[in-house]
Design a protein. Sequence first.
Length: 335
Amino acid sequence: MTKDFITALPKAELHLHIEGSLEPELMFALAARNGVAIPYASVEEVRAAYAFSNLQDFLDIYYAGADVLRTRADFHDLAAAYFDRAAADGVVHAEIMFDPQTHTARGIPFAEVIEGLLSAMAQAQARHGITSALIMSFLRHLSEEEAFATLAEATPWLDRITAVGLDSSEVGHPPEKFARVFAAARGRGLKLVAHAGEEGPPEYVRQALDVLAVDRIDHGNRSLEDPALVERLAREGMTLTVCPLSNLKLCVVDRIEDHPIDAMLAQGLRATINSDDPAYFGGYVADNYRAVAAARGLDRAALATLARNSFTGSFLPADAVAAHVARVDAMVHPA
Ligand SMILES: Nc1ncnc2[nH]cnc12
Ligand SMILES: [Zn+2]
C-alpha cells in the first residue's frame, strides 16, 4: 500500500511534551511495574477522564498521570513508544520537551529522567533514523529560583540539552518572571523557547520576544489579536509551533473548523504543526495535519509549507535543514 501524502511528507516535530505521550495502556503497565496506585479502573476510564475545558483542567490530570514514571527504564520506554509512533507518521526529526521538575519534586533523580530519554533517543536514531534534540522546560507556576536550581542540576548534561522551554499554567505567570534564568541559559549556549499566547494575551508573546529573546514561540495563537505583533513575527521569521488538536481539546478554538492555521500562513507567519500531548489530545502529528487539512481545506502546497517550516524552524544545522527541505520540495515538484 502506498503511504498517504501527509504520512509520506518528511516532517519535524518541534512541540511535543514527552510526558504527554504517555498512553493509558503504558500508564497501566508502569503503574503495575512500579506498584503505583492510579485512580482509574480501566484504560476506557482514563480516556473518559480526558474531557478538558481549559489548560489547567488538563494539567491537573497530566501531572497526576506522570506519577507512574519512576525509573530510567520508564522514561526510556515512554520515549521509545513516542519515537516508534512518530516514525510511523513520517517524523524524521523531533525536538522533545521534558519537565524535570515534575519528577524531581517527587524524589526522582534528574539523572534517571534524562538518561532514560537519552537512551531512547539513541535507539530511535539506530532503529528509525530519527534525529532528535532535548528541550528542558521550566514549570512557570513555580518560581524562577526553582528554575535556576533545575538549570544547575542539569549542568552535567548541558551538552546533550539543546534548549530550555517554559510551560505549564500560562495566565498569571508571564515570561518576564523568568528573564534572568533564560539569560543564564542563553549564556550557557542553550536555545530558548517558551509557550506564549496559548491562553495568555499577546503581551506575553511580546515579552517572550523582548524580555526572554526566544528562538521560537510555542503556540502563539493569541498573537492574531494584535496585527502589529503578527506583522513583527512575520518580518522576523519567528517560528510558531502550533498544535491544532491540543487547541481543540483545551478550548483555544471551539471547533477544528475554526482553527486559524491557514490564516497564520496567509499572514506570513512561519507556522508549524505539532501534537503537544498526543496521548491526551487524541492524535499524533500526522493526525494533526489531517485534522486541519480536512477542516480548513489545505492543499498539498500548504501542507508542504507547514512541513518545510518544521525544518527551517528547527535547531538542526543548516545543511540538514536544506537536505530535509529538498525532500519536501520533491514531494510537491517531482522531478
Ligand atoms: N499545552 C501545554 N501548555 C502548557 N503547558 C503544557 N504542558 C504540557 N502541555 C502543555
Ligand atoms: Zn505544549
